[in-house]
Design a protein around this ligand. Structure first.
Ligand code: BTN
Length: 244
């Protein structure tokens, strides 16, 4: 991914991830799909993502050269780190809530969702998308599982969407070659220094139910390490809910 970026811009789409997956065969590696509004924005864990035109919504098409050895699950963490880098260029201090939420002042500014593209039963690519809150005010956020914030709510000037997108893509493209070779290890340091929950009591909700414990950190492969009453447990997916 190098400038000039291959950006496909729309006024409105159902979902930039859905579009990228529908058009996957004709979109090259590194193509970016962006829309001003999404009518069916998708969030993690089957949730909807409100996309009424006040945020930045985009999806990057990823087609690794060696899909068999590529770390697809941690792509969301690569994008979250890249979003953090772009926000830091603006003087902000974002933090990460495992696995891939970007927080500002403890509230969620950006969510990331990767969806796999499969051929012949094998994952050969992914559409990795992010929704970043830009202009919302508190009244714009409906019922949400976690407090939300927008850049406008910080009181600072809100950057122009395309410029912010370009900064994220520069970061993503710059890190991608190392990530393709070294997987999460390529970004472990950058991720961990923005990870906000080490030492905190939390509950991890996953497919197997909810598990309470103390967050020990993030393992070298991107999994969350939780110290529970039964010992250390590692989670590769789920939702981290810090105790109040
Ligand atoms: C989350 O639930 O935290 C993930 C939200 C991801 C939303 C983005 S907006 C752009 C892209 N297209 C979608 O439909 N979803 C992602």
């Amino acid at each position: 991914m190098k400038e000039p970026f291959n950006i496909h811009s729309f006024q409105e789409l159902d979902s930039t991830n859905a579009y990228a997956l529908r058009e996957f065969a004709r979109l090259p590696h590194g193509a970016v799909v962006t829309a001003l509004r999404q009518t069916a924005g998708r969030g993690r864990l089957g949730r909807a993502w409100q996309s009424e035109g006040k945020g930045l919504y985009f999806t990057v098409v990823v087609k690794p050269e060696n899909p068999a050895s590529f770390d697809f699950p941690c792509l969301t963490q690569l994008l979250a780190v890249s979003v953090c880098g772009a926000l830091e260029e603006l003087g902000l201090e974002p933090r990460i809530k495992w696995p891939n939420d970007v927080l500002l002042g403890g509230a969620k500014l950006c969510g990331v969702l990767a969806e796999a593209f499969t051929e012949g039963g094998k994952v050969t690519g992914a559409a990795v998308g992010a929704g970043l809150n830009l202009h919302q005010q508190p009244k714009d956020f409906g019922e949400l599982p976690y407090p939300a914030v927008s850049l406008a709510m910080t009181g600072r000037p809100v950057p122009h969407g395309p410029e912010l997108l370009a900064a994220v893509l520069r970061g993503f493209g710059g890190r991608y070659p190392y990530y393709a070779r070294h997987a999460f290890a390529a970004i472990a340091g950058e991720y961990s220094r923005r990870f906000a929950f080490t030492g905190r009591q939390a509950v991890v909700k996953g497919a197997g139910g909810a598990q309470a414990g103390t967050v020990k950190g993030v393992a070298p492969d991107g999994r969350l390490v939780l110290e529970t009453s039964a010992g250390e447990e590692l989670f590769s997916a789920g939702e981290l809910e810090p105790a109040a």
